[in-house]
Design a protein around this ligand. Sequence first.
Ligand code: HMG
Ligand code: MG
Length: 299
Amino acid sequence: GLPEEVTIYEVGPRDGLQAEKQIVDTATKIEFIERLRGTGLIAIEATSFVSPKWVPQLADAAEVLAGIGAPEGFRHPVLVPNQRGMDRALEAGAAEIAIFVSATERFAQENLASTVDGAIESATPVARQALEAGIAVRGYVSMCFGDPWEGRVPIGQVVAVVRRLADLGCRTISLGDTIGVATPGHVRALLGAIGEAGIGMDRIALHLHDTYGQALAGVLTGLQCGVTEFDASAGGLGGCPFAKSATGNLATEDLVWMLDGLGIRSGVDLDRLVQISGWMAARLGRPSPSRAVQALYRE
Ligand code: HMG
Ligand code: MG
């Protein structure tokens, strides 16, 4: 059967805003996160401590973290690519981090100017330092299904990287379909292989993009396989500026609509969320790609 309850891990303020051509001002980012906290979302990824030369959209990471504070009961993880990012994140008071690597060599190069091994090697001391400081570590693996340069990604290659992040002590490992090519059969096959490698579904999250309209089908498959954490982006914001053909993330609203229909608790108030995404779409000057936002938003 399906789980009764799931965690929605909101990535809009980070994955969403990192891909916006126009840089959203710091005050708007803070207001966005504060409003999202009013919807019942608990885990809201706030920003990234990456090189501002690579992602100028999130150069104000420290200011955003200071602005949103650390109210009881919420999680605001931040992305950390290297030691420099870790130093900045600690100084800004981050209480949870996410490290990120790629399942493919080409995307390790495009996204981190490194190799798969090199990226894991730079993440290793960061993860160790975080765990010693009592800071939870999430691990992302990008290009778990297909890669714009390398094509279909072999399942064994993905499982090997997931295994290494699990061994580093990542509490959750998020499987990124960075370019949104996963289909339900592929999701089932990958989750099956991860399970056979001895990694429990309680440590796996799915991070799906909706390029081919298959993200919700992938979520349903994940639910059937025992996954209980799903990444989504309010209003379907975002993508990845370093991956050709990456479109928006699965919209949180579309996910909540399906979960509500299935009677699976997420704690998220759909109507409130829709209003926030409508507000953000107006700020960005274009309509939300989320089907649920389009259907439900009232000005
Ligand atoms: P590099 O160019 O090799 O770095 O990039 P470097 O060490 O040569 O440093 C270059 C400059 O950046 C130096 O400054 C460093 O100090 C500075 P300069 O001396 O020239 O003035 N620098 C930093 N500044 C601030 N914070 C830092 C930092 N690091 C270096 N942390 C690097 C290597 C890893 C830095 C770069 O590739 C990078 O920042 N990559 C991050 C790219 C990114 O954020 N991508 C999007 C997130 S991943 C994603 O979206 C996928 C996901 O959603 C899941 C999915 O969908 O698959 C998670
Ligand atoms: Mg993403």
